[in-house]
Design a protein around this ligand. Structure first.
Ligand code: ADP
Length: 360
């Protein structure tokens, strides 16, 4: 289904390259999260989509039609920022009705829409409340209702939960997803928080230094990060330098923690698949050992042996740091398992095709 198309957007601020050729689509009713570290260009991209900033190159289209020259207020897009200040001297009704008043809608229709949208955000009957008496979560919902009330064809949310405490944020992210899905709202959600992006979005666009690093479903991105940057950004830090060896015999990857058998599906599921396989012998690569795909296994053939540096309880999982040949690695185990103690020497085993990912 058509919707928003972002086509090869470039943007410089003097000598700073903020965006270096961004392209992706947002289909109607889809929620796309734009995820990336601070400074990677997320807000600049939103401002360009909104028409608040001009690109140096590239185009923004809606349903295949260019929006070049269409001013912000005629794009039919809504914006909700982190510092979404409500109008302090207006009650909830007037805050939510704000965008509708601009459209010359009859007052009765405005009342119906405000009531509807307050019910949608879980604040029925809040019309007469003074906004200064609202809790942080309620104020957030009023701001969302205000953005949704004029039926924007695209809603853009820029770190909308960033200023709230963690538990409220976790709760609101699920509510927000339900509200957006229920109203079939097409949305772009900008965040640096992968958990928020994963919980909320149908698809995630991972950005790095002004370009798109990877686009995929939350599951794709988490299970198949496309690059070392993506892996690190997702907190997958067991990254080792490796070399492909003995390709024409029994191939393996030589790493600082030992030799890891190399199978064809490991190559096929990585960027190495695009290379000429016959030329991979001796190639330097990066190896990710996924933290959640190994077992502690004292009795079987030991693949990797290491000394436990520390264990950190994290609720449902426990993180165990292990020193292997002077390399610190971290693994997650269910905290219901019996866990090793600091100083203990343990064996870990893994299925390479599940636990290992390769990057160029
Ligand atoms: P993010 O939203 O991902 O934190 P931004 O889009 O705000 O990233 O910024 C991208 C880059 O562009 C950064 O290097 C930032 O310093 C720069 N930048 C953003 N806006 C301006 C501006 N108005 N003038 C100069 N540099 C800017």
């Amino acid at each position: 289904m058509p919707g928003l198309s972002i086509i090869n957007i470039h943007k410089y601020f003097a000598k700073i390259r903020a965006l270096a050729g961004i392209s992706f689509n947002v289909q109607t009713s889809e929620i796309v999260a734009v995820l990336g570290p601070s400074g990677c260009g997320k807000s600049t991209l939103l401002n360009i989509i909104a028409g608040l900033e001009l690109p140096d190159q590239g185009d923004i289209e809606w349903d295949g039609k260019s929006l070049a020259g269409v001013p912000t207020h005629q794009r039919g897009f809504g914006l909700m920022f982190q510092d979404f200040a409500l109008f302090p001297h207006k009650d909830v009704f007037e805050n939510v009705a704000f965008g509708l008043r601009m459209t010359n809608l009859p007052l009765e229709d405005i009342r119906v829409r405000v009531k509807e949208v307050l019910e949608l955000v879980g604040l029925p009957g809040f019309e007469a409340r003074d906004v200064n008496t609202l809790s942080g979560g309620e104020a957030q919902r009023v701001a969302l209702a205000r953005s949704l009330s004029p039926h924007p064809r695209l809603l853009m949310l820029d770190e909308p939960l960033g200023s709230l405490d963690r538990s409220l944020r976790e709760r609101l992210v699920f509510d927000l997803r339900d509200i957006l899905n229920h109203s079939q709202q097409t949305a772009i959600y900008v965040t640096h928080d992968q958990e928020e992006a994963f919980a909320l979005a149908d698809r995630v666009v991972l950005m790095n230094a002004g370009h798109v690093e990877q686009i995929g479903s939350p599951q794709d991105i988490y299970h198949r990060p496309a690059s070392v940057f993506a892996a690190r950004f997702l907190g997958l830090n067991n990254l080792l330098a490796g070399k492909i060896c003995n390709l024409h015999g029994e191939p393996f990857i030589s790493t600082s923690i030992g030799e890891i058998p190399l199978t064809l599906d490991m190559i096929e599921h990585s960027a190495l698949a695009k290379q000429d396989i016959s030329k991979l012998d001796g190639k330097d690569i990066m190896v990710l050992l996924r933290p959640d795909a190994v077992q502690i296994n004292q009795n079987s053939n030991c693949q990797v042996k290491g000394r436990v540096l520390e264990t950190t309880f994290r609720g449902s999982t426990c993180q165990v740091a292990i020193q292997v040949n002077h390399v610190p690695l971290r693994f997650d185990f269910p905290s219901s398992e019996e866990l090793p103690h600091k100083g203990e020497i343990i064996c870990i085993t893994f299925t390479p095709s599940r636990a290992i990912q390769l990057f160029l």
